[in-house]
Write a protein that binds this ligand. Structure first.
Ligand code: TIU
Length: 222
């Protein structure tokens, strides 16, 4: 089997069973006026993940390996947003309120779109999700077996919220998971570092981590 040089040890994968999942690289998290900023975060910490994620997309597309994008966004009537989630926080803008990028975290609004640099291709799956984990209340659990995916590379934001939650959900469902370290980011750099260490600790209790360059090298050799 091909391998990716990773921590805590090499990540072996079947050439046709590998998929990429890019989590929530949306304007709502990365741009001024969106959900992330409404929560009081410094969005500047996330921009650095865009270029590495773009390289990952190029590597997977070049090998015709499956790519899945997710978007955290609620239905316009907020029927899939638990009141606890809508009410959380003490800022002036909550989910569903009108902000500079349209209604905060609502499907179809400008803020819910994926940033243009990472725009999905027409044949790539885009999964809208109401939760932090991409398996909760979505079709992802049915789609992955249909695509023959057993091994997943993770990118996206934020590392310790939606990325970590989804990687843990995938791990519990039997997928082998690798986090692309430089293609993920957090509003809190220390949380990103801690999350990566938590995932790979105990000889890969949740999975593996590797830089994009190592993933490019392995895919380039297929
Ligand atoms: N707030 C935060 O760090 N993240 C989220 O609310 N969602 C995702 O991580 N996508």
């Amino acid at each position: 089997m091909p391998t990716i040089a990773a921590r805590p040890y090499d990540f072996a994968f079947p050439a046709r069973g590998l998929g990429l999942i890019v989590i929530d690289m949306q304007r709502d998290f990365l741009e001024p006026g969106g959900f992330g900023e409404a929560l009081g975060n410094d969005i500047g910490h996330l921009a650095g993940a865009i270029a590495p994620a773009r390289r990952l997309l190029a590597a997977f597309r070049a090998r015709k390996l499956p790519v899945i994008h997710t978007r955290e966004a609620h239905l316009p009537d907020l029927s899939d947003c638990p009141p606890a989630k809508r009410q959380r926080g003490r800022g002036s803008l909550h989910i569903g309120d009108a902000g500079p990028l349209g209604r905060i975290l609502v499907d179809g609004e400008p803020g819910s779109a994926i940033v243009p640099e990472l725009a999905p291709l027409p044949d790539e799956l885009v999964i809208r999700k109401p939760g932090k984990g991409a398996f909760h209340a979505t079709s992802l659990g049915r789609i992955l077996p249909q695509l023959g995916i057993s091994h997943l590379v993770f990118a996206g934001v934020t590392t310790e919220v939606c990325v970590q939650t989804t990687m843990r959900e995938a791990n519990d469902r039997g997928y082998e998971c690798l986090l692309a370290e430089d293609a993920t980011a957090s509003y809190f750099p220390a949380f990103k570092l801690a999350a990566v260490e938590m995932l790979v600790a105990q000889d890969g209790i949740v999975g593996w981590a590797a830089p994009v360059e190592a993933i490019e090298t392995a895919l380039g050799a297929l």
